[in-house]
Design a protein around this ligand. Structure first.
Ligand SMILES: [Zn+2]
Ligand SMILES: [Zn+2]
Length: 336
């Protein structure tokens, strides 16, 4: 449910009813023949502002505004047979953004890791699940980037979308790499590193050098969860808070507030993709793969859009703080 403008009875509202049908609030359509006499400029102004704010996630024209990249049609790293597969499938989204998809043969969680390069620093979001040779795979990728950019070194920050075990397993081995700084996966360390003074309501920025990231605190799935918005590509990284799969909710109230903050934050911004950390959904609507599945030959694409965020927010608002299990076409809300 999304109301734009004041919601008092008879006020100027434009939005959707709970059932999803478009509705116009009272007062929008006036058939009063004396309208000129009754004309009041303020409601019109509100209507104009409401119409403007309805331009969610827009650009002034196609092909404008963000640096583009590509995602694979499907991820092929987990089978059908284990043995020959590498531990990670690495997708070059563009020359300064790489997506690592961990193989289900290494760990059934099959998480995604994201490597972003700026002019001064690189950021790795998450370090994966189970036991892998992440340090080697990461160093190979960083060395290739350095060579391509005629550079000798770049400092790398390894931070986390949140502190669950399937996103931090590579931390220890990365600490052995001299160019890596690992942010400890706990709320106090995340607050200190990124400079939060008002967790979780404040949005802070972190600059990789000519590449500004917005860091949004989104506790609810887990207390130290963050989302990262990359202004360069328009990608919003949402960790385990929104992805095509089971959205486990630890703290329902915090989760709902966090999703609302993501909606508010992305209002008026370009959102090219929402990229989370897992795929558990099949391409078949409302169908997911059971926990522990290694090979998912018909899995949903990784990328979601802002419409999914609005759908999630709409559902949570309808639940009014009492989060219940509810399946949607591309994800399921799943209180723990
Ligand atoms: Zn998690
Ligand atoms: Zn996870």
């Amino acid at each position: 449910m999304k109301f734009l403008g004041p919601t008092r009875p008879g006020a100027w509202t434009l939005g959707h009813t709970r059932a999803g049908a478009p509705s116009w609030g009272k007062g929008i359509i006036r058939t009063d023949m004396n309208w000129r006499k009754n004309f009041r400029p303020i409601p019109i102004l509100v209507l104009v502002l409401a119409a403007r704010s309805h331009l969610d996630a827009q650009a002034s024209q196609p092909n404008g505004g963000v640096r583009i990249g590509s995602l694979p049609r499907s991820w092929q790293v987990s089978g059908p047979q284990c043995g020959e597969n590498p531990q990670f499938q690495i997708q070059e989204y563009n020359p300064d953004l790489y997506i690592f998809r961990e193989s289900g043969c290494s760990n059934y969680e099959k998480p995604f890791l994201y490597l972003l390069f700026g002019k001064e620093k690189a950021l790795l979001l998450d370090t994966g699940a189970g036991t892998t040779d992440l340090a080697r795979a990461l160093k190979t990728q960083v060395d290739a980037w350095l060579k391509r950019n005629n550079r000798d070194s770049i400092p790398l920050i390894a931070a986390h979308t949140h502190s669950h075990g399937d996103h931090i397993s590579g931390d220890q081995q990365l600490k052995s790499l001299s160019f890596v700084t690992v942010v400890e996966p706990k709320t106090s360390a995340v607050e200190t590193f990124f400079g939060f003074r008002n967790w979780p309501t404040e949005v802070v920025t972190y600059d990789l050098g000519n590449r500004v990231l917005d860091i949004i605190a989104i506790p609810g799935h887990e207390g130290s969860s963050i989302a990262v918005y990359d202004r360069q590509t328009g990608i919003l990284f949402t960790g385990d808070t929104l992805y095509p799969g089971r959205l486990y909710v630890e703290d329902g109230l915090a989760f709902a507030l966090s999703v609302q903050r993501l909606v508010d934050f992305t209002q008026g911004k370009i959102v090219t993709h929402i990229l989370g950390n897992h795929i558990e959904q099949a391409r078949t609507p409302y169908l997911d793969y059971p926990i522990g599945t290694v090979y998912q030959p018909d899995e949903h694409e990784l990328e979601l859009g802002r419409a999914h965020l609005l759908e999630l927010n709409d559902a949570l608002r309808g639940m009014k703080g009492r989060v219940v299990r509810m399946a949607f076409r591309d994800f399921t809300i799943w209180p723990e």
